[in-house]
Design a protein around this ligand. Structure first.
Ligand code: FAD
Length: 410
C-alpha cells in the first residue's frame, strides 16, 4: 500500500520510518524547500517518546544533541536577587526519561533514520484530495495514494481540506507564545535565564552547537487582542508593548525583533497557544497525526511526545489491520483517546500555572522550583510519580507492543 504523509517535522518522519519498516511505500510532502533548520525551539522529549526513539535506534543521537541546560536563573520582577534552580531536578519531575532538544535537531534525526527508503517531496503541498485517493499537488501533478496522513502541524492544510476551516475545532488557552533568535553572546551555555512577572514570562537559552540564542516569551495580553496569524508586524508590536521595560536584558532581546526581517536565519515565531479539540481525526482514507490532529497547545502539553507516540501507534495499527485503514484508524483513535484527553487537561493547567495571575503566584512558582532544586532527585521523582494524571502523565501512558512482521521496503 502506498501512503502519503504531509509534513516533515516530527510526526511525519517518525510515521514514515515506522510505516517503511512495516512494509508500506511512503511519500512525504513538505511545504518548506528543505528540512526546516531555522527558527526552532527547545522541546521536551519524555517517557514513552524516548522509548520509541530507542526502538528507532536514535537514542544516542538524541542525547548527543541535547541542549545541555543545567541551571535556570530565575528573576522575579521586583526582587533584588535571582533564584538558582537545578534544571535537571525540575525536569526529573516531568519524567524519569527526559531530554531537551531543539525541534530542528530532532526532526533531522528522525528524518535521517528513514530518509533512504522514503520518497521526500520538498517545496510542495497538497491542494486537493478526492475520496478515491487522488491527490493534487501544487507542483507534482496528480497521484493516487491508498492512505493520506496530515502531519502538517497546528495549522494543517490536510485538516483544512478534509475537515473544513478551524472554527469549532480550536480553543484559545488565553496566552501567546513567541520565539526570537538573538545573538549567542546574550546567553550562557548550560544556563537558562528567566524573568517572571504577573501574566508574562521571558526566558533565554542557547546550546553548545547553536550559533545563536533563543529568547522565548509567553504572555497574556493586557486587553483583548484580535489575533490574525499572518499579521507579523502586529505580533511584533504586541510583543514589544507587553515586554518593554520588564528588565534591561529583556529590552535587549526585544531590540533584535526588528532584525529578524532583514536576516531570514534570525527567525521570529509567534502564535496563539491554541488547543485542537477534534473528537475524531480520521475521515475516509485520510487521518491526522501529531499537532495536526490533537495539538494540546504548543509548549504547554508535551505535544512533541504526543506526536511521536501517535505516529508510532498509527503505523503499528495499520500493519496490525493488514492495511484496512478504517479498522486501523478506529484502533489508532482508541489507543490515543486517553493520552490526548490527558494532554489537553495538562496543557490547560500548565498554561495557567506558568503565567501566574498575582505577585503571590509568581513567588510560589519560583518557590516550587527552589524546593525541587533542594530535594534529592529520587524524592522529587517519587513525589511527581504520585501525580500520574498531571505532571507525570506521559510516563503513565501505556505504549502497545507492535511486532514488525513485514520487512522494510527499500
Ligand atoms: C515555541 C514553541 C515551543 C514548544 N515547546 C515545546 C515543548 O517544550 N515540549 C513539547 O513537547 N512541545 C513543544 N512545542 C510543540 C512542538 O514543537 C510540536 O508539538 C511538535 O513539533 C509537533 O510536531 P508535528 O510534526 O506534529 O508538527 P510541526 O512540528 O508543526 O510540523 C509540521 C510540518 O508540516 C509542514 N507543513 C505545514 N503546512 C504544510 C502543508 N500545507 N503541506 C506540507 N507541509 C506542511 C511544516 O513546514 C512542518 O515541517 C513547542 C512549540 C513551539 C512553537
Amino acid at each position: 500500500m502506498n501512503v502519503l504523509i504531509s509534513g516533515a517535522s516530527i510526526a511525519g518522519p517518525v510515521l514514515a520510518y515506522w510505516l517503511n519498516r512495516r512494509g508500506f511505500d511512503v511519500t512525504v510532502v513538505e511545504r518548506a524547500p528543505e528540512l526546516r533548520k531555522t527558527g526552532g525551539h527547545a522541546i521536551d522529549l519524555i517517557g514513552p517518546a524516548m522509548a520509541i526513539s530507542d526502538q528507532m535506534g536514535v537514542r544516542d543521537r538524541v542525547h548527543a544533541r541535547a541542549t545541555g541546560t543545567e541551571r535556570l536563573v530565575a528573576y522575579r520582577v521586583g526582587a533584588t536577587r535571582p533564584a538558582h534552580l537545578d534544571y535537571h531536578k525540575v525536569t526529573a519531575a516531568l519524567s524519569h526519561q527526559h531530554v531537551e532538544i531543539m525541534r530542528d535537531d530532532l526532526s533531522e534525526i528522525y528524518y535521517d533514520a528513514g530518509r533512504n527508503a522514503v520518497e521526500y517531496l520538498f517545496g510542495d503541498h497538497i491542494t486537493g484530495i478526492d475520496d478515491n485517493g487522488q491527490v493534487r499537488f501544487a507542483h507534482a501533478g496528480t497521484r493516487r495514494f491508498d492512505i493520506v496522513v496530515g502531519a502538517d502541524g497546528l495549522h494543517s492544510g490536510v485538516r483544512r481540506l478534509v475537515f473544513g476551516e478551524d472554527a469549532g475545532h480550536t480553543e484559545f488557552l488565553g496566552a501567546y507564545l513567541s520565539v526570537v533568535s538573538v545573538p549567542k553572546a546574550f546567553a550562557r551555555d548550560g544556563e537558562s535565564t528567566g524573568f517572571f512577572d504577573v501574566g508574562r514570562t521571558a526566558m533565554i537559552y542557547t546550546a553548545d552547537h547553536l550559533d545563536d540564542a533563543r529568547a522565548v516569551f509567553i504572555f497574556r495580553p493586557n486587553s483583548a487582542y484580535q489575533y490574525d496569524h499572518r499579521d507579523t508586524a502586529g505580533h511584533q508590536r504586541l510583543l514589544q508593548e507587553r515586554f518593554t521595560g520588564m528588565a534591561a536584558p529583556v529590552d535587549r532581546w526585544l531590540a533584535e525583533v526588528d532584525r529578524t526581517e532583514v536576516d531570514h536565519k534570525k527567525a521570529f515565531y509567534f502564535d496563539a497557544i491554541t488547543q485542537l479539540q477534534l473528537t475524531s481525526w480520521s475521515r475516509g482514507r485520510v487521518t491526522l497525526v501529531g499537532d495536526a490532529g490533537y495539538c494540546p497547545g504548543p509548549a504547554v502539553g508535551g505535544s512533541t511526545s504526543l506526536a511521536v507516540i501517535g505516529a508510532y501507534v498509527l503505523a503499528g495499527e495499520l500493519e496490525r489491520a493488514g492495511g484496512n485503514y478504517a479498522a486501523a484508524f478506529r484502533a489508532y483513535q482508541d489507543v490515543m483517546r486517553q493520552p490526548v484527553i490527558g494532554a489537553r487537561a495538562l496543557a490547560k493547567g500548565m498554561a495557567k500555572g506558568i503565567l501566574p495571575s498575582s505577585p503571590l503566584g509568581v513567588r510560589a512558582l519560583i518557590g516550587v522550583g527552589q524546593l525541587i532544586s533542594l530535594l534529592p532527585k529520587p524524592v522529587t521523582s517519587a513525589l511527581a510519580g504520585l501525580n500520574d494524571k498531571g505532571i507525570r502523565l506521559y510516563d503513565s501512558i501505556p505504549i502497545p507492543d507492535y511486532p514488525v512482521s513485514v520487512g522494510p521496503r527499500d
